[in-house]
Design a protein around this ligand. Structure first.
Ligand SMILES: Nc1ncnc2c1ncn2[C@@H]1O[C@H](COP(=O)(O)OP(=O)(O)O)[C@@H](O)[C@H]1O
Ligand SMILES: [Mg+2]
Length: 308
């Protein structure tokens, strides 16, 4: 059968030199993998009294692609920001590579945050935007320029370094944002609905490219999305969250081999996972499907302090 010889085996056999440290061909979850991030009973109450997160326990293992899926306001961004050390938990704690946050940034322990908005500097060309983290780290141009070129090539923007952000489509701007994230060779990528503003076809393409990158670079990714389909396609594990108060409802392992391609999207298995997640999301929204249309955070929604 033709499918027997396609993707899953191909990667292992085309990279014999790296065989000693390649990931197993079939990778679903890696429960025994070294923890990259441990969220240890971390909860968040904002100063205004909003209880954004109940105590959360979550371990992100080396090489996992974990997606946080849940209705608007369930604390996905809050959790991701805690992992990024952008906000502190009010109770509990986190560990990064088994240490405190001061250990982050060393080789093998770099994390980057990719926002939904590409947040490019409009007055600077794409290459300058992508070079920003290296400029901030005072990396000399002789070293940074080839790295910028490489990062742009990786995301398919090799010919666009001299363009300005306004000359790029939304999808290309997100690619530039990802190139900027990759240029410093991160080990952990935190992505908050990075493709949420894009049309579905562009999003699918970026998802496929991101998944390929994750696989080839052995990245660890913690990804936030509203989209069931995106979660199924990308993840080794989906963490379904519920709101009021924000909490983890269930975890679903997407036990499908990598690398994945478009044939997975139309498979029975894919449909089965999507159905399962759909049911969980209905549960997460208190039986009110479609309640997650408002993607903005810090909105006026007074989902505060309801008794549980
Ligand atoms: N800085 C803040 N101050 C007060 N409340 C906040 C703040 N940020 C988020 N919230 C509230 O915390 C809850 C979770 O928000 P958020 O993490 O943005 O959810 P999600 O990303 O899942 O949509 C929401 O009720 C939101 O309004
Ligand atoms: Mg959010």
């Amino acid at each position: 059968m033709m499918s027997a010889t396609t993707a899953p085996v191909a990667l292992a056999t085309t990279q014999p030199a790296a065989a000693a440290d390649t990931q197993p061909t079939v990778l679903a979850t890696t429960p025994s993998a070294a923890p990259v991030v441990e969220v240890l009973s971390a909860e968040k109450v904002f100063p205004n009294g909003t209880r954004a997160l109940e105590p959360i326990d979550l371990t992100v293992g080396q090489g996992e692609f974990i997606t946080l899926l849940g209705p608007s306001g369930c604390g996905k961004s809050t959790l991701l920001k805690m992992v990024a050390h952008l906000i502190e938990p009010s109770e509990g704690r986190l560990r990064w590579w088994r240490g405190g946050h001061e250990s982050v940034g060393q080789p093998g322990r770099k994390l980057v945050f990719v926002f939904q908005d590409a947040t490019l500097m409009p007055w600077a060309n794409v290459a300058t935007n992508v070079r920003l983290p290296l400029d901030l780290a005072r990396v000399p141009r002789v070293q940074s320029d080839p790295r910028v070129d490489q990062a742009l090539g990786t995301v398919g923007l090799g010919q666009f370094g001299r363009h300005f952000p306004r000359q790029l489509s939304g999808g290309m701007q997100m690619r530039a944002s990802i190139a900027r994230a990759l240029v410093d060779q991160p080990d952990l990528l935190l992505m908050d609905e990075p493709f949420g503003a894009l049309d579905e076809i562009t999003r699918n393409r970026l998802d496929a490219d991101l998944l390929r990158l994750w696989w080839e670079r052995k990245l660890t990714i913690l990804f936030v999305t509203h989209s069931i389909y995106e979660a199924v396609f990308l993840s080794t594990r989906v963490i379904v969250m519920a709101a009021r108060p924000g909490r983890i409802l269930r975890e679903v392992v997407i036990d499908e081999p990598h690398p994945r391609d478009d044939s997975f999207r139309v498979s029975q298995a894919f449909a089965g996972y999507a159905r399962q997640l759909q049911q969980l999301l209905i549960e997460a929204s208190d039986g009110r499907p479609g309640d997650d249309s408002n993607a903005t955070h810090e909105s006026a929604s007074p989902m505060v302090n309801r008794t549980h």
